[in-house]
Design a protein around this ligand. Structure first.
Ligand SMILES: [Zn+2]
Length: 339
């Protein structure tokens, strides 16, 4: 039952998606030629890509070493299109152009491996582990992992709104482990950040760090992400919810956790709590400490894995890599250490 919607999604996907290309992933993690071929095929299919400068199709070719006829260490492509003025375009580019891989010299096989590792583990993978397994520096591994998280993040400009039975809940993360407990929250509140999750039962989740847990903040997060006209809201007794709850066509149901009530018929927030339980085990077990500044990236990562939970690991990895495209231009990283 839990995965009804997921099954539907799965069956609706074209069969070739779980395809031969997934089978090439393990080799792509170990061999640079294979990694480049893998990413090129994922991105461009079997055809030569369109030129990123002049846009012409059918005029690009991979540059080969004259003697060996093999591709060079940079895996360059070149465009031989001629403009109306008779001048050659001559643009050189690689599969990295316009993706989160751009501006990095990290071999693509390590990117493939890191994407796979992040997608194959329920709780994520730490930069330290990637450093050990790839031999990259810790800084490079961290850079890569942050960009992977950023690739996984949904574009929130026009997301379809959640609907159906939607559970809302919030939790506090950050601070030292001994200060994470609810009763100690007040004193160390400044070190902790509230994170909110909105989750469709049997469906997608949207999670986000929020400024504070008050009625206004909870309300605007809900209004931005949920369609109240076709939804029912499920929450705990937090006083921030009733105002927005009145907008829900399906009504607003609460359980009173403080009185030991966790489920009353259909009223519960167990789905939201499962999300947080994975998230917190990941933060504590895998990442140990996460700064406020980067918290939203980890939130995106867990949200992505949640929303693709019906996929197999290889397929999820492909989905994440696919999302790595088109992200580069929006991203302004500081020169030295990427955020
Ligand atoms: Zn061109």
């Amino acid at each position: 039952m839990l995965h009804d919607k997921g099954m539907a999604r799965k069956q609706g996907r074209p069969a070739q998606a779980k395809s031969r290309i997934v089978a090439k992933l393990p080799l792509a993690c170990a061999d640079e030629d294979a990694a480049v071929a893998f990413l090129e095929e994922m991105r461009w299919g079997k055809d030569a890509p369109a030129c990123p400068t002049c846009g012409s199709i059918g005029s690009t070719y991979p540059m080969l070493n004259r003697k060996t006829k093999e591709r060079g260490p940079r895996y360059l492509w070149r465009c031989k299109a001629k403009g109306t003025d008779g001048k050659k375009c001559n643009r050189q580019f690689t599969v990295r152009v316009g993706t989160v891989f751009e501006d990095s010299k990290i071999p693509l096989r390590h990117w493939c491996y890191a994407f796979w590792a992040a997608c194959a583990s329920k709780k994520g993978v730490s930069a330290l582990q990637i450093k050990r397994q790839t031999g990259l520096s810790y800084e490079s591994a961290l850079f890569m992992m942050h960009r992977i998280r950023w690739a996984m993040a949904d574009d929130r400009d026009t997301p379809p709104k959640l609907k159906g039975v939607v559970e809302a809940d919030e939790t506090w993360v950050g601070g030292k482990p001994r200060h994470r407990h609810k009763r100690n929250r007040g004193r160390y509140a400044e070190r902790k950040v509230p994170v909110m999750v909105l989750v469709e039962r049997k469906g997608d989740a949207r999670a986000m760090p929020i400024e504070r847990v008050d009625s206004g903040t909870l309300q605007s997060a809900i209004v931005e992400n949920v369609d109240p006209a076709s939804s029912t809201l499920m929450t705990d007794e937090n006083k921030g919810y009733p105002a927005v709850g009145r907008r829900f066509a399906g009504g607003h149901f609460t359980v009173t956790h403080s009185k030991g009530e966790y489920v009353r018929g259909l009223a519960h927030s167990n789905t939201a709590e499962s999300f947080f339980s994975l998230f917190k085990r990941g933060l504590i077990g895998t990442f140990h400490s996460v700064s406020k500044r980067h918290l939203h990236r980890y939130v995106s990562e867990f949200e992505f894995r949640w929303n693709t939970r019906d996929m197999e690991d290889g397929e999820r990895t492909m989905a994440a890599i696919q999302k790595a495209q088109g992200k580069r231009l929006m991203y302004r990283a500081p020169k030295k250490r990427p955020a």
